[in-house]
Design a protein around this ligand. Structure first.
Ligand SMILES: NC(=O)C1=CN([C@@H]2O[C@H](COP(=O)(O)OP(=O)(O)OC[C@H]3O[C@@H](n4cnc5c(N)ncnc54)[C@H](O)[C@@H]3O)[C@@H](O)[C@H]2O)C=CC1
Ligand SMILES: O=C(O)[C@@H]1CCC=N1
Length: 271
């Protein structure tokens, strides 16, 4: 790629993208990171051979792309600290909820791409939705896609609001999967399995079902029907789930995540 990329925030999501870039041959010497937390800086140095800085500075002038990987709560302050040092970079945000309009105001730039990745990006198995502000060129989008594709699949959106829905589905999604794995492991242990074996069964079942869904042309309802013998064990479990209204409750949880994304934008995106 031959360009410099700076990360503002060096936590989980920054590490996922940095890891992806390095795996694809991007040079650590072309990456800058601003990360105030000592422990996080030490981890970035150890894992990736980087030399992160504690705060924004003149070194940021060399960045062609700036990746915003701070919490929504700290974005505005971090933007104010960076603004004087770089006015030409393409900006790529991973922050939940914070609109590109807020970012444009804080940075005085229209060259902004918002994204919503998820943590499987850490192992190159993520999925990220991206949205480019109208001023962003196709060449900028292609470059952002190239960077993010090092962490997994990409999906481009045409409406920025859709990012909040993506946040509810796939951004927060890994946590729901782990939640189900926890429940399956607990139940397995109560039913007499060794805990680590129950966990192994739960994880393998998620991976297998996910891969089957990916490989199949059939919808999930059909895949589910193929597991569900009339009057059998799955039927007993699904009937119990339906009687408890689990599908509706689960949808309610996703709506709560979606609502929270909007609230984060309103609360921490003020000019
Ligand atoms: N963790 C996840 O599953 C996902 C997170 N996101 C978004 O990614 C963003 C970052 O989240 P994580 O990486 O999980 O958080 P994190 O807490 O792991 O990383 C954020 C880092 O920013 C640093 N920081 C705080 N103030 C700073 C400042 N003024 N300048 C530079 N760095 C500063 C913190 O020390 C921390 O290391 C958030 O906005 C979140 O909404 C998006 C998708 C998934
Ligand atoms: O929980 C959060 O706010 C972030 C956004 C998506 C996943 N983690």
């Amino acid at each position: 790629m031959g360009k410099r990329i700076a990360f503002i925030g060096g936590g989980n999501m920054a590490s996922a993208i940095i890891g992806g870039l390095l795996r694809q041959g991007f040079s650590a010497a072309d990456i800058d990171v601003v990360e105030p937390w000592d422990e996080a800086r030490a981890r970035l140095a150890k894992d990736f051979g980087l030399a992160p800085q504690t705060e924004a500075g003149a070194f940021l002038a060399g960045a062609d792309m700036i990746v915003w990987a701070v919490k929504p709560q700290t974005f505005k302050d971090a933007a104010a600290a960076m603004r004087a040092h770089n006015q030409h970079a393409l900006h790529l945000s991973v922050a939940a909820g914070i609109t590109s309009q807020s970012i444009a105001q804080w940075l005085g730039s229209e060259r902004i791409i918002r994204t919503m990745p998820n943590t499987p990006a850490l192992i190159g198995k993520g999925i990220t939705a991206l949205y480019g502000r109208p001023a962003v060129t196709q060449a900028d989008k292609d470059w952002a896609n190239e960077v993010i594709a090092t962490t997994g699949a990409t999906v481009w959106l045409t409406a920025e609001e859709q990012l909040d829905a993506v946040t509810a589905i796939s951004g927060s999604g890994p946590a729901y999967m782990f939640y189900f794995m926890e429940a399956m492991t607990e139940a397995g242990a109560k039913l007499g399995l060794e805990r680590d074996q129950a966990y192994q069964l739960a994880v393998a079942t998620f991976i297998g079902a996910g891969e089957l869904a990916r490989a199949s042309t059939e919808p999930p309802e059909t895949l589910r029907a193929k597991v569900t013998s009339k009057g059998g064990t799955t039927y007993a479990a699904i009937t119990s789930l339906d009687e408890s209204g689990v599908k509706d409750l689960f949808a309610k949880a996703l709506f709560a995540a979606h609502k929270r994304a909007g609230e984060l934008g309103a609360e921490f995106g003020k000019a």
